[in-house]
Design a protein around this ligand. Structure first.
Ligand SMILES: C[S@@+](CC[C@H](N)C(=O)[O-])C[C@H]1O[C@@H](n2cnc3c(N)ncnc32)[C@H](O)[C@@H]1O
Length: 306
């Protein structure tokens, strides 16, 4: 498994061995810091492991010395965690299927249900090796980069409305797949695209999207750490959370080949509305996630609609 961010951290440590006599033992650092909160002990273990490489379950009694520079870093990050910042933003990375992706507060933190969506698509054999594939709302690039890594011969396009988001996606593509990653990143607003009539030069075999789909009522009830830290532009999908599905529906005739496939992540209360919207696929199904919630829409064999 690649872990370039940890790799970079370990490099900085080359000249400061953990047995440095000036340091304090990892166990002592852990025991002092855990007094500040009973609810963040796991995050504290993960943080110390991330920074020192010491296994999180052996930290408590570890006599290995941690240099002061690393202790400062641990304290600084732990204070961010205590203030409610999501762990992934504090350590600036999140694992998604086989890779770690750089993330910061400009992009949504990839979710386990999105991993499930992609694993279902891959294990279902829905993608052919030379397909032309579009990821709408790419965020940190987790879907596009994972698909390209599994199907190197596919032509993968990734769209997002925001250049600062696309910069992060491209950075991840370069780190994970190399400079010649081959993904075509474009700054395209799907809401505008759906409204205008401009022709599009190519059609796709597969469209995948995890668009913003939180409605107004649900938005107010989101966990504080999500509402206060993750970008609203990646979450809010209009009053009913349906705006992006409507735009994708309107864009499909210009984007999808006849016989093409559409895969969407959806909110667990949106299955009826989404299935109704995309009833022009020959096979149209809602897939459950591992908690038996109706979380994914699979539209197979697009037959065109008037
Ligand atoms: C729910 S996030 C999904 C991020 C990533 N694909 C994932 O699955 O973790 C939705 C993404 O849609 C992008 N987005 C928001 N409005 C958009 C628009 N009008 N057109 C295209 N992308 C948009 C956001 O910037 C965000 O990156």
């Amino acid at each position: 498994m690649k872990n370039y961010i940890n790799g970079a951290m370990q490099k900085n440590w080359k000249n400061t061995p953990l047995t440095n006599k000036k340091g304090i033992s990892a166990g002592r650092v852990f025991r002092i810091l855990r007094r500040f909160s009973n609810t963040h002990i796991l995050s504290l273990r993960r943080l110390i492991e991330d920074i020192t490489g010491i296994n999180r379950y052996q930290i408590q009694f570890s006599e290995k010395k941690i240099p002061l520079t690393a202790i400062t870093r641990i304290i600084y990050r732990y204070l961010q965690i205590l203030s409610g910042k999501p762990y992934a933003y504090v350590v600036k990375k999140k694992e998604f299927i086989d890779n770690y992706f750089f993330v910061n507060s400009r992009v949504l933190i990839p979710r386990p249900e999105t991993e499930e969506l992609i694993q279902n698509i891959i294990s279902g054999g829905y993608i052919n090796s030379l397909d032309r594939i579009l990821d709408i709302g790419t965020g940190c690039g987790n879907i596009a980069v994972t698909i390209k890594s599994k199907y190197p011969g596919a032509e993968v396009h990734a769209w997002d409305k925001y250049s600062n988001v696309l910069n992060i996606a491209e950075k991840n593509a370069v780190h994970i797949l190399g400079k010649n990653h081959g993904i075509c990143f474009s700054k395209i607003d799907i809401i505008d695209f759906a409204k205008n009539d401009a022709s599009w030069p190519c059609v796709f075999d597969v469209i995948i999207s995890n668009p913003p789909y939180i409605g107004a009522g649900e938005f107010a009830c989101l966990e504080k750490s999500v509402r206060n830290h993750e970008p609203r532009t990646a979450l809010y999908g209009g009053v009913l959370g349906m705006d992006f599905y409507i735009s994708i529906k309107n864009a499909v005739p210009r984007l999808l080949k006849h016989g093409g496939k559409l895969f969407l992540e959806i909110g667990h209360t949106q299955h009826t509305a989404v299935a109704g919207l995309f009833n022009f696929f020959e096979s149209n199904c809602i897939i459950l996630d591992s908690y038996s919630k109706k979380r994914f829409f699979f539209g197979l064999n697009y037959a065109g609609y008037a």
